[in-house]
Design a binder for this molecule. Structure first.
Ligand code: FES
Length: 334
C-alpha cells in the first residue's frame, strides 16, 4: 500500500492500491479539501512533489493545462502507483464527521417518483453513518468509474441508503440503474462525502432549493431538520423546480413529515411557459426564491442542489441579496 507524505509536516497516511489520494486521506480522518469527487470542481488540487500516480480521469475539467504543467494533480482522480510526497493545505472543515467507507450494497426496493426520477433503495452489507445532505459514490457493474448521488433518507441502524435519481438520456450510469439492475443485485457504495449537510445546531429558518436529482439531498435535509426539536421554532421552505408539470415532485414525501403545512412549506415552480396544464408558480427556482423570500434569505440557512445552470443562478441570486456564504450549503458537481 503506497504511503502518502505531506511536505513540511509529519502527516502521513496509506492509500489502498485501488483508492485515490484524496479519498484515502478522508478515510484517515484528515481534512483534505474537496467537493465533487468526480474531477469537476478542482478543489482537491495538490502538488505532486515525488512519486508516480495514475490519473483516473486524464481529461478532468477540474485541472487546467497550466495546473498540469506546474505538477498539480486532482486528489480525487489520483491513484498512487508508488509512495508519494504531496503539498496541499489540510483544512479542519473538511474532516469527516463519519469517515467514508467502501461497502457492498444490495438493491432492495425501487419506486417511481416521476416519469424520469426513481428512488433506489440499497442495503449496505454493514451500516455506515452519514449526515443529511451528503452523497455517495456508486460503483455500478459494467460502468466505468463511479458516480456521485446524494442520499434521500437519513442515517438508520439497518444501513439503508436511498437515492432519488433522475434518468440522464443515454447516460451509462442511469441506464444501468434504471434498466440493468434487478432487486437483489449488488453494487459498490463509497461514502459518505460532502459538506452540504444539515447544520442541525443552527436555529435559523431553512430554505431548500432543488431541481432534478437535487430532490434527493434536499429531502434528506428536510427530513432530518423535521426530526429535530428545533422544528417547533423554525420554518422550512422547500422550492422544487421542473420544466413542466409532470416534472414536479416531492410534496407527497414532505407531507409525511411532522409540521408539514405549519412549519414546512412546499412551493413547486414550472419553467416552461407553454405548459397550459399548470396553474401554479412559473419561472425558475432562483426567481421564485427571490420573489418569495428576498427579505428573509439573508437570515436563513440555504441549501440547494440540482442542475448546473440552476445552481449558478441560485449562487448569483444569493450573492446579490447578500446572503452570508457561511449560511449557504451546496456541493458543486460542475
Ligand atoms: Fe476533485 Fe472536485 S475535482 S473533488
Amino acid at each position: 500500500m503506497p504511503a502518502i507524505a505531506l511536505k513540511g509536516s509529519d502527516v502521513q497516511w496509506t492509500c489502498a492500491d485501488d483508492d485515490t489520494i484524496m479519498r484515502s486521506a478522508l478515510r484517515a480522518g484528515l481534512g483534505y479539501p474537496y467537493e465533487c469527487n468526480v474531477g469537476s470542481c478542482g478543489n482537491c488540487r495538490f502538488d505532486l512533489l515525488e512519486g508516480e500516480i495514475e490519473e483516473l480521469r486524464p481529461d478532468a475539467p477540474g485541472l487546467s493545462d497550466r495546473d498540469r504543467d506546474r505538477g498539480r494533480r486532482l486528489g480525487c482522480q489520483a491513484r498512487p502507483l508508488t509512495d508519494c510526497v504531496v503539498n496541499l493545505r489540510l483544512m479542519p472543515q473538511y474532516e469527516s464527521r463519519f469517515p467514508p467507507a467502501r461497502r457492498e450494497a444490495e438493491l432492495i426496493e425501487v419506486r417511481d417518483i416521476t416519469h424520469d426520477i426513481r428512488e433506489f433503495r440499497f442495503l449496505l452489507e454493514k451500516p455506515v453513518r452519514f449526515l443529511a445532505g451528503q452523497y455517495a459514490l456508486l460503483g455500478l457493474p459494467g460502468v466505468t468509474g463511479s458516480r456521485a448521488y446524494s442520499m434521500a433518507n437519513v442515517e438508520n441502524e439497518a444501513g439503508e441508503w436511498h437515492f432519488q435519481i433522475r434518468r440522464v438520456p443515454n447516460g451509462a450510469a442511469t441506464g444501468k440503474l434504471f434498466d440493468g439492475l434487478s432487486i437483489g443485485d449488488r453494487i459498490g457504495v463509497d461514502g459518505p462525502y460532502g459538506t452540504a449537510y444539515l447544520r442541525a445546531e443552527s436555529d435559523r429558518d431553512i430554505i431548500c432549493l432543488a431541481g432534478g436529482s437535487g430532490l434527493s439531498p434536499m429531502i434528506s435535509v428536510t427530513r432530518a431538520a423535521a426530526a429535530t426539536p428545533l422544528l417547533a421554532r423554525r420554518r422550512i421552505d422547500f422550492i422544487y423546480g421542473g420544466r413542466t408539470a409532470r416534472d414536479i415532485c416531492g410534496e407527497d414525501i414532505l407531507a409525511e413529515l411532522p409540521g408539514f403545512g405549519s412549519n414546512i412549506h412546499y412551493h413547486p415552480v414550472v419553467s416552461n411557459a407553454d405548459d397550459d396544464g399548470w396553474g401554479g408558480h412559473r419561472g425558475f427556482v432562483h426567481e421564485l426564491a427571490g420573489k418569495l423570500f428576498s427579505d428573509r434569505l439573508p437570515e436563513c440557512e440555504v441549501y440547494f442542489a440540482g442542475p448546473p445552470l440552476m445552481g449558478q443562478a441560485i449562487q448569483k441570486m444569493l450573492i446579490d441579496l447578500g446572503v452570508p456564504p457561511a449560511q449557504v450549503h451546496f456541493d458543486q458537481f460542475y
